[in-house]
Design a protein around this ligand. Structure first.
Ligand code: BDR
Ligand code: CA
Length: 314
C-alpha cells in the first residue's frame, strides 16, 4: 500500500478526494492536515472530522495547520462550496478531536518513512511552505508531492488568470517552486477535463438513501448550481480527486516539465503561473524553475475509477 498524507482546505471536492482515498485499497491514509482556503481553518478542520466519521474512519488523525496565507490577505470560496464548504450537506457534530499540529505531524511522518510517503495537497500550499521553511529539505523526504493548483494554458477560476489554490497563497507556492522539491502540479488544464455531470451523480445514486449517497448528493448541490449559473455546465469538476487518483495510478496522467514561476504581487495577476514558453535554444536562459506538470489525463479511466469507488456500482 502507498502511504499518503492529505493536506486539504475542505471544500466539496476535497471531501470527495478523501472519500476516494479511503475507498482505494492501494492507499494507506496516514493522516489529514487542514489549511484555510475554501472555508476558514476551523470549519475546514470540522469538515475533515465529519467526513471521516461519515466514512466510519475515526482511526485516521486530523491535524490543524495554517489559518492564513504567508503574506497576502485571506480569501475564501464560500460562493462556490457553500457556507460550510460542504454544500447543503448536514453532518452530525463530530465526536473526534484534532490530533495535533500539522507541521509536527508532517515532519514525524516524513522522517519516520523517508522516501515512502506521497503528500497530496489540495488547498493553498501554506502548510507545506511552513514545514519546509522550518526544516529545510524535509519535503524531499517525501516520495512525491502532488499539488492540485495553478492554471497554465487554461484560464483561471478565481481571477481571469489564476486558479484558487495558487491565488490563495502564491508566496507559499513560489517558495516550493523555488526550493526545488519533488513536486508535480496538477493544474486546471487537466482538472477542467474532469467534469462530472449532475445527471451522472443522480443516476448512479438513484434509489440509495444511505449516509454516503445522501452526503454526495447534498454536498455537490451548491457547486453544481454555481457551475451551471456561471459556466453553463450542470456538474462539478473533480480537481482534488485528480490528485488522489495520480497517487493511486501514476499512468492516469502524462506530465511535462516546464520552466515556470508564480506571480505573487500583481494587482490583476497574483497567483498566475507564468510558463517561459519562449523558443530559446538554451534552457538555462529561461525565467523560473523546472517543474513537473500533469498536462494530459486519461479521462475515461479516471472517471471510471472515481465513479466506481465513490458513487458505487451502477
Ligand atoms: C481548487 O480550489 C478549490 O475550490 C477546490 O477544492 C480545488 O482545490 C480548484 O481551483
Ligand atoms: Ca481544495
Amino acid at each position: 500500500m502507498q502511504p499518503v498524507f492529505l493536506d486539504v482546505d475542505m471544500g466539496v471536492d476535497d471531501a470527495l478526494a478523501i472519500i476516494l482515498a479511503l475507498q482505494s485499497p492501494e492507499v494507506e491514509l496516514l493522516g489529514i492536515s487542514t489549511v484555510f482556503g475554501n472555508v476558514p481553518l476551523g470549519q475546514a478542520t470540522r469538515n475533515a472530522l465529519q467526513v471521516l466519521e461519515l466514512m466510519e474512519r475515526d482511526d485516521i488523525p486530523v491535524y490543524v495547520g495554517a489559518d492564513e496565507p504567508l503574506v497576502r490577505q485571506l480569501v475564501h470560496a464560500e460562493a462556490v462550496h457553500g457556507k460550510t464548504g460542504l454544500g447543503v450537506a448536514e453532518l452530525p457534530e463530530p465526536q473526534m478531536l484534532p490530533a495535533g499540529n500539522a507541521l509536527d505531524f508532517l515532519v514525524a511522518a516524513l522522517e519516520g518513512r523517508p522516501g515512502e510517503v506521497i503528500i497530496i495537497a489540495t488547498g493553498p500550499l501554506t502548510n507545506l511552505a511552513l514545514v519546509e521553511q522550518q526544516q529545510p529539505g524535509i519535503l524531499n523526504q517525501a516520495r512525491r508531492v502532488l499539488v492540485m493548483g495553478g492554471a497554465l494554458a487554461e484560464a483561471g477560476n478565481i481571477t481571469p488568470v489564476s486558479e484558487f489554490n495558487s491565488f490563495a497563497d502564491p508566496h507559499a507556492l513560489h517558495y516550493l517552486i523555488k526550493v526545488g522539491i519533488n513536486m508535480t502540479l496538477i493544474p486546471l488544464d487537466v482538472t477542467h477535463r474532469l467534469g462530472l455531470a449532475a445527471e451522472v451523480i443522480e443516476a448512479r445514486l438513484s434509489g440509495r438513501d444511505d449516509a454516503l449517497a445522501c452526503f454526495v448528493r447534498d454536498a455537490t448541490r451548491t457547486v453544481i448550481d454555481f457551475e451551471r449559473e456561471h459556466y453553463g455546465f450542470a456538474g462539478l469538476h473533480l480537481h482534488d480527486p485528480a490528485a488522489v487518483a495520480l497517487a493511486i495510478d501514476a499512468s492516469l496522467c502524462q506530465s511535462e516539465t516546464y520552466v515556470l514561476d508564480v506571480e505573487t504581487t500583481g494587482e490583476l495577476t497574483a497567483g498566475q503561473v507564468v510558463v517561459d514558453r519562449r523558443p530559446l535554444s538554451r534552457d538555462e536562459e529561461r525565467e523560473g524553475y523546472p517543474i513537473d506538470c500533469a498536462m494530459g489525463v486519461d479521462v475515461e479511466r479516471f472517471m471510471q475509477l472515481f465513479t466506481h469507488r465513490v458513487l458505487g456500482e451502477v
